[in-house]
Design a protein around this ligand. Structure first.
Ligand code: MGD
Ligand code: MGD
Ligand code: SF4
Ligand code: MO
Length: 702
C-alpha cells in the first residue's frame, strides 16, 4: 500500500480558480478539500470541485479516438484517426477552398492550458477565416467595449470587490456562478464583507437571485432595458453635477458628447419602461455617485441582450464619470505574470472589428471570429463559401447556441466533422471522428485567461495529479500533431516550455519566474492587490479613453427606435420573456454525468411567478408547453415569487434526451434545452452577440 499523498492544484471548472487539496493513494482519491493556503481562494471551494473525481472516473469519458461507421462507433488508433482527418480535411480544402472548414471552440478551451496555448496555431494551420467560439453567446460585448474604449479587447475592468464601498451588480449572479470576468473565489463572503464594512450591494435582475438574497437591495428590471437604466443613471449624475473623473480627467475624449446624449434619458421618461420609479433611479444614481468608492459590474444578463454592446459601454461610462475607473474600490485592471495584454505590445494583437463580414447575414467579424448565431446558416445555405466541414473543440453548440435543432440539421448535412472532446454528446455525435484529450486531474494547469481577470495578481501552476494512460493524449499533444500535419512545420516546444518562453516577458522579476519556480509554490504566489495603471496601460493611439466612440453613439438610434416600440407595446402572441439561470451544481452542458451533481430535486424546470401561474390556472409541478417563434419544449413548472411577473426562466445546458449520445447519468436527468427556443436572428446588431435574455414565449398547460 502506497502512503497517502497530498496534491495541490487549481480547480479549472469555473472562473474562480479555487485551490484544492487532494489526498490520494494508489491512484485513488481519498478527499478533495479547499486549500486553506491558496494565495487567492484561502480554502474556498464549491460542490463542483469534488466532481473532479467523478470526471476522472467517468466510464463514459472517452480515452481513445472513436470513428462513426454504419455499424456504430468504433475505437481506432491515434495514427489512423490523424491520417483520416488529414486526408478528409485536405480533400475539402482542395475541392472547396480553405474557408469551407469552420471551427467552433467552446468554454473549456479557456479553462485548459493546452487548448488555450495550442488551439490558435492549429486553427491557423487550417487557414480558414470561418471561426466561431462561445464568446458570441457570452461576453463579446465586454471585449467590444474594451476594444473601443481602451484599445484592447482583453483589457477588461475587474471590480475591486475587496475594497469597494458600493457594488452595483446588473445581470450577474456570482453567488451561483462564482463570478465571471471577476475571478473572486468565495464571492459570497466577499460580498458580505462589503456590507460588514458599512458598504452597500445593489442587485438589478429580473429574478430575486441567490446574490440578491445576500445583497443590501434588489430591484426587478424588465429584461433587455438595462441600457436605458444606465443612461438614466448617467443623466442624473450629470444633471446633479455629481460627476468627477478623478485622475482620468485629462485622459478621456468625448465626455461632452456623452453628457449631451444623456440629456435625452431623464428618468421620468424611462422609468416605467424599465420597471422602476423615477425616484428610485435618481436615488440609485446619487447613492452610486456619492459613495466614497463604487463599482458597477454588468455580466451575462447584460451582454446577451439586444443592446449588449451599449450596456457594457455604459457600465464603463458610469464607472468612469464617477471617478471609479482604474481606481481602488472601483474597477481596476490586472497585471498577471503572463500578461496577454502586455505581450500584445510585441505581437500587435489588440483585437479587430468588422474587417470583413459573414457570407450569409453580413455580420461583422470580431477579433477573427464571426457570431456563432450565424453558424447554422453558413452551413445550410448554399453558395460560394459555404461551410462543408467543421472542427469543434471543447464545445457543445447544439445545446449552447440559439436554435440547437437547426444546428443539428446543419451538422448532419456536413461532408466531414471532427470533434476534440471528452464525450460523445449532443454535438460530437455528428462528428466522423472524436479525438478525446486528458481532462481535469490528468492535466497540468496554468490559468492563462483567469489570472487576467482576477481580483488580485496571483500566479499558480498545477501539475497533473494522475499520469495519463498509454492510450491517452493531452490536448496540446493532439493539437500539435494536427498542426504539424496541416502546416508542415513541427513545433519543438511542449506545454511547459511554451509557458517558460512566455514567462521571460514577465514584468515581475522577483522571484525569477519559470515553471520550475511556480512548482516550488504549490499554493500559488501573491503579487498583491490590483493597482491603477492608466493612462500607461491604455492601447488607444492617443492614450485617451474614447468615451464617445462613434459606434456606440450611432447605435443609440437603434435603442431610441426600440424605446418607441416599448412605449407603444401591444398585447403579443408571446406574452412572456424567457431568461436563463445557473445552478451551483451545473456547469453549462457538460457536468450532468456526475451523479453527485445531478441528484436531488429536478432542476430543469420553468420558473414562473405564482400570480402568472394562477392567471393561467397552472399548478406547481404541472407540465407546460413553452413555445417561441422557433420551437417548443415541455417541462414542469416551479412557482415562485422570486421571479418578476411576465418573466419565466429555464436553465441552459440541459436536453440530454437526444438520441445517439453516451452520457448515462445525464440521460437519466435529461431536461430540455432552452436553446431549442432561442432564435439566432435575435442578436445585438452592434456586436453580433446572441440576444437570448428575454426571448418571447407563450405558456400553455398540457
Ligand atoms: N440560452 C442560453 N445559452 C447559453 C448560456 C445561457 O446562459 N443561456 N450560456 C452561454 C455561455 S456563458 C457559454 S460559455 C456557452 C458554453 O457553450 P459551450 O462551450 O459550447 O458548451 P459547454 O457546455 O461548456 O461544453 C463544453 C464541451 O467541452 C467538452 N469538454 C469539457 N472538458 C473538456 C476538456 O478538458 N477537453 C476537451 N477537449 N473537451 C472538454 C465537453 O464534453 C463539452 O462537449 O453556453 C452559452 N449558451
Ligand atoms: N454553477 C455554475 N457556475 C458557472 C457556470 C455554470 O453553468 N454553472 N457557467 C460559467 C460561465 S460559462 C459563465 S459565462 C458565468 C456566467 O456568470 P453570471 O453572469 O453570473 O451568469 P448567470 O448566473 O447566468 O447570471 C445572469 C443573470 O442575469 C439575469 N438577467 C437575465 N436577463 C437580464 C436582463 O435583461 N437584465 C438584467 N439586469 N439581468 C438579466 C439573470 O436572471 C441572471 O441572474 O458563470 C460561470 N460559472
Ligand atoms: S467555485 Fe469554481 S473553481 Fe471553485 S471549486 Fe467551484 S467550480 Fe471549482
Ligand atoms: Mo460563459
Amino acid at each position: 500500500m502506497e502512503e497517502i499523498k497530498t496534491h495541490y492544484r487549481t480547480c479549472n471548472l469555473c472562473e474562480a480558480m479555487c485551490g484544492l487539496e487532494i489526498k490520494h493513494q494508489n491512484n485513488t482519491i481519498i478527499s478533495i478539500k479547499g486549500d486553506k493556503k491558496d494565495a487567492l481562494s484561502k480554502g474556498h471551494i464549491c460542490p463542483k470541485a469534488t466532481a473532479l473525481e467523478d470526471l476522472y472516473l467517468d466510464k463514459d469519458r472517452l480515452k481513445t479516438p472513436i470513428k462513426r461507421t454504419e455499424k456504430g462507433w468504433i475505437a481506432i488508433s491515434w495514427e489512423a484517426a490523424y491520417d483520416e482527418i488529414e486526408t478528409e480535411l485536405k480533400r475539402i480544402q482542395k475541392q472547396y477552398g480553405k474557408n469551407a472548414i469552420g471551427s467552433y471552440r467552446g468554454n473549456p478551451t479557456v479553462h485548459n492550458t493546452g487548448l488555450t496555448l495550442f488551439g490558435a496555431s492549429f486553427l491557423q494551420s487550417i487557414g480558414s477565416n470561418q471561426k466561431y467560439t462561445a464568446t458570441s453567446v457570452d461576453q463579446l460585448p465586454h471585449h467590444f467595449a474594451s476594444l473601443m474604449l481602451f484599445g484592447h479587447y482583453l483589457l477588461l475592468p475587474i471590480p475591486d470587490i475587496d475594497r469597494t464601498d458600493f457594488m452595483l451588480i446588473m445581470g450577474g449572479n456570482p453567488a451561483v456562478s462564482n463570478g465571471s470576468i471577476m475571478t473572486a473565489p468565495d464571492f459570497s463572503n466577499r460580498l458580505k464583507a462589503i456590507k460588514k464594512r458599512g458598504g452597500k450591494v445593489v442587485v438589478i435582475d429580473p429574478r430575486f437571485t441567490e446574490t440578491s438574497k445576500i445583497a443590501t437591495t434588489h430591484h426587478f428590471i424588465k429584461p433587455g432595458t438595462d441600457a436605458l437604466l444606465l443612461l438614466s443613471l448617467i443623466h442624473v449624475i450629470f444633471k446633479e453635477k455629481l460627476s468627477d473623473l478623478g485622475h482620468l480627467e485629462a485622459h478621456t475624449n468625448g465626455l461632452e458628447t456623452v453628457q449631451e446624449i444623456a440629456k435625452n434619458y431623464e428618468p421620468q421618461k424611462t422609468a416605467k419602461l424599465i420597471g422602476f420609479t423615477s425616484e428610485e433611479i435618481e436615488q440609485l444614481a446619487r447613492d452610486f455617485a456619492t459613495s466614497k468608492t463604487a463599482v458597477c459590474y454588468g455580466r451575462m444578463g447584460l451582454s446577451t441582450q439586444e443592446f449588449g454592446g451599449l450596456c457594457q459601454w455604459l457600465v464603463n461610462i458610469l464607472n468612469c464619470i464617477t471617478g471609479n475607473l482604474d481606481t481602488e474600490g472601483g474597477a481596476l485592471f490586472t497585471k498577471p505574470i503572463i500578461d496577454i495584454v502586455g505581450i500584445s505590445k510585441i505581437t500587435g494583437k489588440t483585437g479587430s472589428f468588422n474587417t470583413r463580414k459573414s457570407r450569409v447575414h453580413k455580420l461583422p467579424e470580431f477579433t477573427g471570429e464571426f457570431p456563432v448565431s450565424t453558424l447554422a446558416d453558413e452551413i445550410l445555405i448554399t453558395g460560394e463559401g459555404q461551410l462543408k466541414a467543421m472542427i469543434t473543440i471543447a464545445g457543445n453548440p447544439v445545446l449552447s447556441t440559439p436554435n440547437g435543432k437547426q444546428l443539428e440539421k446543419a451538422f448532419e448535412s456536413l461532408e466531414y466533422m471532427v470533434a476534440i472532446d471528452i464525450y460523445l454528446n449532443e454535438t460530437t455525435k455528428y462528428a466522423n471522428i472524436i479525438l478525446p484529450t486528458t481532462s481535469g486531474l490528468e492535466t497540468p494547469l496554468y490559468d492563462l485567461v483567469f489570472h487576467q481577470f482576477a481580483i488580485r495578481n496571483t500566479a499558480k501552476y498545477s501539475e497533473a495529479l494522475f499520469e495519463k494512460t498509454e492510450e491517452q493524449r493531452h490536448d496540446w499533444e493532439v493539437l500539435k500533431e494536427l498542426t504539424k500535419r496541416f502546416s508542415g512545420k513541427k513545433n519543438p516546444m511542449n506545454l511547459e516550455q511554451t509557458l517558460d518562453y512566455m514567462l521571460q516577458f514577465s514584468s515581475y522579476k522577483e522571484p525569477k519566474l519559470a515553471v520550475s519556480t511556480l512548482k516550488e509554490h504549490p499554493h500559488g504566489l501573491d503579487f498583491g492587490a490590483l493597482k491603477s495603471q492608466f493612462p500607461e496601460r491604455l492601447f488607444t493611439s492617443d492614450k485617451k479613453i474614447a468615451l464617445a466612440h462613434p459606434l456606440f453613439i450611432e447605435d443609440l438610434e437603434r435603442l431610441n427606435n426600440k424605446l418607441n416600440v416599448w412605449q407603444t407595446e401591444q398585447t403579443s402572441e408571446y406574452p412572456f420573456s424567457l431568461i436563463g439561470r445557473r445552478h451551483l451544481r451545473s456547469n453549462n452542458s457538460w457536468m450532468h454525468n456526475s451523479k453527485r451533481l445531478v441528484k436531488g430535486k429536478e432542476r430543469c424546470t420553468l420558473l414562473i411567478n405564482s400570480k402568472d401561474a394562477n392567471a393561467l390556472h397552472l399548478k406547481e409541478g404541472q407540465i407546460v408547453k413553452v413555445t417561441s417563434d422557433v420551437g417548443q419544449v415541455k417541462l414542469p413548472i416551479e412557482l415562485a415569487d422570486t421571479i418578476m411577473q411576465g418573466v419565466v426562466s429555464i436553465p441552459h445546458g440541459w436536453g440530454h434526451h437526444r438520441n445517439g449520445i453516451n452520457l448515462e447519468i445525464a440521460q437519466q436527468h435529461a431536461g430540455v434545452s432552452i436553446n431549442d427556443l432561442t432564435n439566432p436572428k435575435n442578436i445585438d446588431m452592434l456586436t453580433g452577440n446572441a440576444d437570448f435574455s428575454g426571448t418571447k414565449v407563450k405558456i400553455e398547460g398540457v
